[in-house]
Design a protein around this ligand. Structure first.
Ligand code: NAP
Ligand code: MG
Length: 479
């Protein structure tokens, strides 16, 4: 059994001397490795290491920072298969999805490498003679990156790469369920030539995250995870005016109105709803359909859901893996129970799957409910599992009201042949990202984020990402 370490200037065992085991969700009796159960001293050491490296790293020329990130991107591609296997083992998703995740992370790292060369300010004409006025972008300082388990590669890379491109140093606290991917990523950054102390990895529970955000030396935090923890972080950081970027939950609607390709719509919706077993912040998690097309759409959704093959993600024939943990399985089971207690009708699924009875993996059947009330828990709360409710509406007006009727605002899709509805949807839907006639897939160089309870701060990915990891400084020079 391999025993893994923290990376704090170098690979080091935790000060606590304690480790925990991580498990394969497809086969929970399989132990994947021992990982540090870090404590406050480890977090403090990681912040100290990042603070020490900051002076050197912020003065490292941008093209040099860029070159290291490009090498990192290349190494990600070269080790794609090894890293993808780790992702599937500890997270559960189908291997093809894991390979896609690593490829995506490589593209985002390459974009961030370019951004290091685009850290440009603005010049301004002066009101007074003999003055120059301009702005420069400077690093925020030590940045904390706290990441969830659903995208154990993309999520850390989406924070680390732009942060170090902008001259910050980083402490990464990955999700406890998926530490191995973070260890692998740290190793690749080391191999890419990143100087010691620029990235620090501290593995441990949410309490380590709490300690990290409480440290006054941490001047910025980029967090992806639940809204509950995100709000807590925002409150804490407001007290000392540190910078925050929060990427939180979603309850993303797929609206179907006057659609002339219901089969195409159903195919897109099923993919976007059930990838990663529905454990994606941008998963389509509500279908809002005009009653005139509801029966036909429902039938087609079932047809596409029946093609999903649930099983161990390492078997290339399987297209959907297990849920990540027993806790996640219990959450999903609890929501389905609530759905069954309502007047809504269960169409397919609604049960745990014994894919391999000897192994007791956390597999759950793709599940569809119809006639769901827009105010029910199934329609309001983020389930983060393979459960899709259909809400029937009478017209576009009602569809948009229902779409806006949750606390979230991350991504939304509209499937329609009516151009006028597209304009209304883009204008009216309260959502950080909107998609027309396709699921909620994003691209590696285009801003990504949410409104309402789905996020705060600069959008990640793309050119907006720099805003999270730099401060503007205005310069006046009198000659
Ligand atoms: P979570 O419980 O909020 O955890 C996220 C991270 O925060 C983990 O590393 C966790 O550590 C850490 N953490 C927990 N309590 C903390 C605290 N008090 N202070 C600081 N850090 C703390 O979320 P999750 O269960 O891992 O992930 C699922 C959620 O993430 C869903 O709601 C989903 O929508 C959201 N998500 C959003 C996006 C997006 O881009 N918008 C992307 C992915 C996921 P431990 O793992 O050790 O508990
Ligand atoms: Mg959690």
């Amino acid at each position: 059994m391999q025993r893994h370490q923290n990376y704090i200037g170098k690979w080091v065992p935790p000060e606590t001397g304690q480790y925990y085991q991580s498990h394969n969700p497809a086969c929970p009796s399989q132990v994947l490795g021992d990982f540090p159960r870090s404590g406050t001293a480890d977090v403090d050491a990681a912040v100290a290491s990042a603070a020490t490296a900051l002076a050197m790293w912020r003065q490292t020329q941008a093209p040099q920072r860029s070159a290291i990130l490009l090498r990192f991107s290349q190494l990600l591609l070269e080790s794609k298969n090894d890293l993808a296997r780790i992702v599937t083992l500890e997270q559960g998703k189908a291997l093809c999805e894991s390979i896609g995740e690593v490829t995506r992370a490589a593209a985002e790292a390459a974009f961030a490498a370019g951004e290091a060369l685009r850290l440009s300010g603005q010049t301004f004409p002066s009101e007074r003679p003999g003055f120059s006025c301009y702005t420069v972008l400077q690093p925020v300082g030590v940045v904390a990156a706290i990441t969830p388990w659903n995208f154990p590669v993309v999520s850390p890379v989406r924070k680390i790469a732009p942060a170090i491109a902008c001259g910050n140093t980083v402490v990464l606290k990955p999700a406890s369920l998926t530490p191995h991917s973070a260890v692998f990523l740290s190793g690749l950054l080391e191999r890419a030539g990143l100087p010691p102390g620029v990235l620090n990895l501290v593995i441990g529970s949410g309490e380590c995250g709490e300690r990290l955000i409480s440290d006054p030396r941490v001047r910025g935090i980029s967090f992806t995870g639940s809204t509950a923890v995100g709000v807590r972080i925002a409150e804490k950081l407001a007290a000392r005016m540190a910078k925050v970027q929060l990427e939180l939950g979603g309850k993303n609607p797929a609206i179907v109105l006057e659609c002339d390709d219901l089969d195409g719509a159903a195919q897109e919706i099923v993919a976007a709803a059930f990838l990663c077993s529905g454990q994606r912040c941008t998963a389509l998690s509500r279908v809002i359909v005009d009653q005139s097309q509801a029966d036909q759409l429902c039938q087609r959704l079932v047809t596409h859901m029946e093609k999903i093959r649930v099983g161990n993600g390492l078997d290339p024939q399987n297209t959907m893996g297990p849920l990540v943990s027993r806790q996640q399985l219990e959450t999903v089971t609890g929501y389905v129970r609530k759905g069954l207690a309502e007047p809504s009708s269960l169409i397919v699924g609604g049960r745990q799957l014994a894919v391999d009875p000897d192994r007791e993996g956390y597999f759950y059947a793709p599940t569809l409910f119809d006639h769901v009330s827009p105010t029910s828990a199934l329609a309001q709360e983020e389930i983060f599992g393979p459960v899709l409710p259909i809400i029937r509406v009478r017209n576009a007006e009602e569809a948009f009201d229902v779409a806006n009727g949750t606390r979230y605002g991350l991504a939304a899709s509209l499937f329609t042949g009516n151009r006028h509805l597209v304009d209304q949807f883009v204008e009216r839907v309260e959502s950080g990202m909107v998609h027309i006639n396709h699921g909620t897939s994003s691209q590696p160089h285009v801003p990504f984020g949410g409104v309402k309870d789905s996020g705060q701060g600069a959008f990640s990915i793309g050119p907006t990402s720099k805003e999270a990891f730099t401060n503007v400084k205005t310069v006046y020079i009198k000659w």
